[in-house]
Design a protein around this ligand. Structure first.
Ligand code: EPU
Length: 434
């Protein structure tokens, strides 16, 4: 049990290299199950969700070694097709193992996945895709049992919504199915492209990644490769907003601005000066942030739901009234009551929040409701007057590597405090600067 204790009011400045993408690395690690051989995944962040993925791989009989931020998986001797309920409950992306295990072994036993409670998060689209490729699905007593009827066979899969996870499962399952699969209304996120790049390096034949129609020509066999995961665009957005709300000046190295095309214009609308040089992005904050007219979450290339809570903090201290519409998840305003405790003026109802910017937030004891909501509270703490204690840090640890170290390196004043015995963790500022 730990909390982040933040002394607000310090201006963030400096430069930072952003971690590898959580939402890329999780399906890529799951995909290694499909491959009889060794794969090494570089730029793999140390997060509780990656550690859970490694636990799942080991429980299936894969050999996994970590060397710094490189993880090698050897799935040659995979021996199980079953993931325990306990591991399934630990995170949402456990469900992408479904396509990989069935693709490799012909059957899989899983249960409904856990993860942040930001909405109902059903898996009907995943199971639709699995069935379309010739798999029988039986559900009962909380478990889901899938078995290939005869052979995995390519087909046309038309999604009613471009679900990220369901698109990943459809790709994984069709990679070694017989014949051709067309995925219509596929998710277009950069993480989908990264997964397909990885699989193509292993010998898969996937085209159209990043577009609405993906075509997969099934191949007999995939073989191991080395792959470097893309930079995490939501973590990039987090540090940029941290700079924006503290009146700061921060440069992100190799942040890939193309992945931030829907985020950077909103930061400019709020008065921030954005400079792009190759893949580096620099943000200089204005004296006072301005309102953002409308923030509407949409599937990629639209504005990401994962950045919605972060922007709620930003507009909380902007001059004027901003409107936020959350279209992806039903319950993704749980950070709002916590921000209100810190002095924000926000009315949220259903999928809409109206934010009247205030001059300043005040430190308080708040609870992370989920991963991005928790990060939004840390940002609020960084710009608030006084001390903020953000509890439930385990949510934030799912997605942010070295969060306190990185913020301290940028001049933030934040420590992780063990609250089971009240002992403060040593503040270790890494020397990774610039
Ligand atoms: N949905 C269904 N049925 C399904 C699948 C999804 O109705 O079978 C609905 C969901 O309930 C939700 C919407 O479709 O309302 C979007 O869900 P999607 O499947 O696209 O999301 P996901 O795969 O569960 C990934 C990320 C999330 C991110 C979303 C949207 C991973 C591990 N997670 O989740 O990341 O918010 O895509 O971009 O890739 C985070 O990093 O904080 C996070 C929650």
């Amino acid at each position: 049990m730990s909390a982040f204790v933040i002394n607000g009011g310090r201006r963030l400045s400096g430069s930072l290299r952003v971690q590898g993408s959580k939402n890329s690395v999780l399906p890529i690690l799951a995909a290694t199950v499909l491959i009889s051989g060794k794969c090494t995944i570089h730029n793999c962040p140390r997060l509780s969700d990656t550690e859970c993925t490694i636990k799942i791989l080991r429980s299936l009989g894969c050999k996994v070694y970590r060397d710094g931020n490189s993880v090698t998986v050897d799935s040659t001797s995979i021996s199980s097709s079953e993931i325990s309920e306990e591991l399934m409950r630990e995170m949402r992306s456990s469900v992408v193992f479904l396509g990989a295990i069935i693709g490799r072994i012909g059957e899989a036993m899983v249960s409904a996945p856990g993860g942040c409670e930001i909405g109902l998060r059903p898996i009907d689209l995943h199971l639709y895709a699995v069935r379309k490729l010739g798999v029988d699905v039986e559900e009962g007593y909380g478990r889901i049992y899938c078995k290939v009827k005869n052979k995995l066979k390519g087909n046309k899969i038309t999604f009613s919504f471009p679900s990220v996870g369901a698109t990943e499962n459809a790709i994984l399952l069709s990679a070694t199915a017989k014949g051709s699969t067309t995925i219509v209304n596929a998710a277009r996120e950069p993480e989908i492209i990264d997964l397909c790049d990885f699989l193509n390096s292993c010998g898969a034949k996937i085209s159209g990644a990043g577009e609405s129609i993906i075509t997969v020509e099934g191949v007999e066999k995939l073989s191991g490769c080395d792959h470097t995961v893309i930079c995490d665009r939501i973590v990039s957005a987090t540090y940029l907003i941290a700079a924006a709300v503290t009146g700061g000046d921060v440069e992100l190295i190799s942040a890939n601005p193309n992945h931030l095309n829907s985020v950077l214009p909103l930061l400019e609308e709020s008065g921030c000066d954005i400079r792009i040089r190759c893949k580096d992005v620099r943000l200089k904050a204005p004296m006072r942030l301005r309102r953002i007219d409308k923030i509407v979450t949409q599937p990629f290339p639209g504005f990401p739901t994962d950045a919605q809570a972060l922007f709620t903090t930003l507009v909380s201290i902007a001059d004027g009234t901003s409107v936020i519409v959350e279209n992806i998840f039903e319950s993704r305003f749980k950070h709002v009551p916590e921000l209100v405790r810190m002095g924000a003026r926000i009315r949220a109802e259903g999928r809409v929040a109206v934010v009247d910017g205030v001059d300043r937030l005040y430190g308080a004891e708040v609870f992370s409701p989920d991963l991005r909501g928790g990060a939004a509270l840390v940002l609020a703490g960084l710009c608030a007057n006084g001390v903020t204690k953000v509890r439930n840090t385990e949510y934030i640890d799912r997605g942010y590597e070295d969060f306190t170290d990185n913020l301290c390196m940028l001049n933030g004043d934040i420590i992780r405090k063990d609250i089971s015995d009240g002992r403060a963790e040593k503040k270790e500022v890494k020397t990774r600067r610039n």
